[in-house]
Design a protein around this ligand. Structure first.
Ligand SMILES: [Zn+2]
Length: 69
């Protein structure tokens, strides 16, 4: 089973969970504060590649969507 990363919207705690693929979007409880207000992070598959001539400067900051529902 793959590992998925979740972030708690309530306390900001990040945690990883080993889940089935088909359960990856199921609600899950934060182990820290027991809130079910969590979201799944986009897991980066294949980050082992160390080379690359892209223009990544290491700063994070994704323009675009910031939705709060
Ligand atoms: Zn939490």
């Amino acid at each position: 089973m793959p590992i998925y990363e979740y972030t708690c919207n309530s306390c900001g705690h990040k945690f990883e969970v080993l889940r089935k693929f088909e359960e990856r979007d199921n609600p899950i409880e934060c182990p820290s504060c027991k809130s079910s207000d969590t979201r799944r992070e986009m897991s980066a598959f294949g980050t082992a590649k160390g080379s690359g001539s892209f223009g990544w400067s290491g700063t994070c900051g994704s323009p675009g969507s910031s939705r709060f529902g």
